[in-house]
Write a protein that binds this ligand. Structure first.
Ligand SMILES: Nc1ncnc2c1ncn2[C@@H]1O[C@H](COP(=O)(O)OP(=O)(O)OP(=O)(O)O)[C@@H](O)[C@H]1O
Length: 424
């Protein structure tokens, strides 16, 4: 009996290797040698008696920005320990932080956790200045050198009534504190963002004190994604993964932009589906089933919570992408379709800039990505949107909203076709 139970112990041996938040050992990192070397070279300065430079890591989601930063910081921390230098990695993800005050509190809390002490100011009800002082105190008392890792920094917009975005103020204060005596520890600020143009929104005051070294992360291609998955194949028991599973998973993940998180999620879901169905192998069919499931879930999750204006912007853009040969949508074309939709529904219609901003905000969910493009010197600039999932899945999900479903799909399609033909 016991033997039978063991035999059915499932197909996944080590779930942590399939958890996107788990920091894998360096020998499992594939295809990022250049970035590893670069970040190591710069942060290694902390090992000597010098201040490491500030860094700006940018590139699309799932391209290893957080992983490389964590791996390098872990290495440095280990070496520092052996040299009796107290090195701290104080990391926050800015996605869920509303204001500068909350961000500073979160940094103080992370610093306190690492130092094994408590934060002595409350999260709410005190001035941000007090939170800064608390952060400085903890860092100065407990660390010789600190890397502040600000992941998804462009998301920290802060209150709308402030002229300068919160991330810019955070960069200014942190890098200034490093240069004057507020922080006696050597500090390096590592800003991470999907938005390659984030630095353009950083105010001039912050720019003069935060002058980072840039490190670019580009998409993975299908071969690199395969290599990443193969280096984690031992997450599964021996010989339970069919040969075509990894190539197919990599191909799905590379279809839009090469996001390693997506590839890892996909193979995990395929494995879980195979387990649940009581199969003794992970097969191609499980990957296909997983792809459909992951795609639908992600779209649903995003679409459920967004405003009508965002839905209309997304719907317009996705119809263009679904119709276009290369699966991308230009903002200029998407906006015309948005205008048609809002007119048909007698909904409020906003300027193109607002439409573009709504679409940009949707990039947070990795549902859509954009690049800035122009077609020759005479035509203007536009954004080219590229979807992380099949645009058809997005359209199907959006049509579940009865309001959007009121517009005839044929009518939208003919507008889209005409607009695509008009593109120069
Ligand atoms: N080169 C790589 N080798 C092995 N695993 C990788 C590699 N790049 C990314 N991964 C894995 O893919 C997942 C996503 O990577 P990571 O979080 O570093 O991406 P990111 O660029 O920071 O994305 P985001 O901007 O969405 O936060 C993680 O589980 C990470 O371990």
């Amino acid at each position: 009996m016991l033997l039978e139970f063991d035999e059915q112990d499932g197909l996944i041996r080590d779930r942590s290797l399939l958890d996107p938040n788990y920091v894998v050992e360096e020998d499992r990192i594939v295809g990022r040698d250049e970035q590893l070397q670069e970040v190591t070279k710069m942060l290694r300065v902390a090992l000597g008696d010098n201040r490491p430079p500030n860094l700006f890591l940018y590139g699309p989601s799932g391209t290893g920005k957080s992983l490389i930063t964590k791996a390098v910081c872990n290495n440095i921390s280990r070496i520092c320990k052996s040299r009796d230098i107290s090195f701290g990695t104080i990391e926050v993800n800015c996605q869920d932080l509303d204001t500068l005050g909350v961000a500073v509190y979160e940094l103080a809390k992370q610093a306190a956790d690492q130092a094994g002490v408590d934060v002595e100011v409350p999260k709410h009800g005190v001035a941000t200045k007090e939170k800064w002082d608390e952060l400085y105190r903890i860092v100065n008392e407990h660390f010789d050198s600190v890397a502040f890792v600000l992941d998804e920094l462009d998301m920290l917009v802060g209150r709308r009534d402030k002229q300068e975005p919160a991330f810019s103020r955070l960069l200014y204060q942190l890098s200034r504190a490093g240069a004057n005596d507020d922080l006696t520890a050597y500090i390096s600020v590592v800003a991470i963002s999907n938005d390659t143009r984030m630095m353009e929104s950083v105010g001039s005051r912050a720019l003069s004190s935060f002058t980072p070294e840039d490190v670019h992360f580009n998409d993975y291609d299908a071969n690199q994604l395969q290599a990443i998955l193969r280096r984690r194949q031992d997450a599964f028991h021996d010989d339970v993964v069919d040969d075509d599973v990894i190539p197919l998973t990599a191909a799905f993940a590379a279809q839009t932009h090469g996001d390693a998180r997506k590839a890892i999620d996909l193979i995990r879901v395929a494995g879980e589906l195979a387990e649940r169905e009581g199969d003794d192998r992970v097969q191609e069919a499980h990957v296909r089933e997983a792809q459909e499931k992951v795609e639908k879930n992600r779209v649903l999750e995003v679409v459920r919570g967004i405003s009508t204006q965002k839905k209309l912007s997304l719907y317009a853009t996705a119809t263009v992408a679904a119709e276009a040969n290369d699966g991308t949508a230009r903002s200029t074309t998407g906006y015309r379709v948005y205008q048609f939709l809002t007119e048909s529904l007698e909904a409020d219609q906003y300027h193109q800039e607002t439409y573009v901003n709504k679409m940009k905000e949707l990039t947070t969910y990795s549902l859509v990505d954009f690049e800035r493009r122009s077609h020759g010197p005479t035509s203007g600039m536009f954004l080219e949107f590229q979807f992380g999932e099949r645009p058809e899945t997005i359209l199907e999900t959006l049509r579940e909203d009865s309001r959007i479903d009121m517009v005839s799909t044929d009518a939208v399609e003919s507008v889209v076709k005409a607009q695509i033909r008009n593109q120069t």
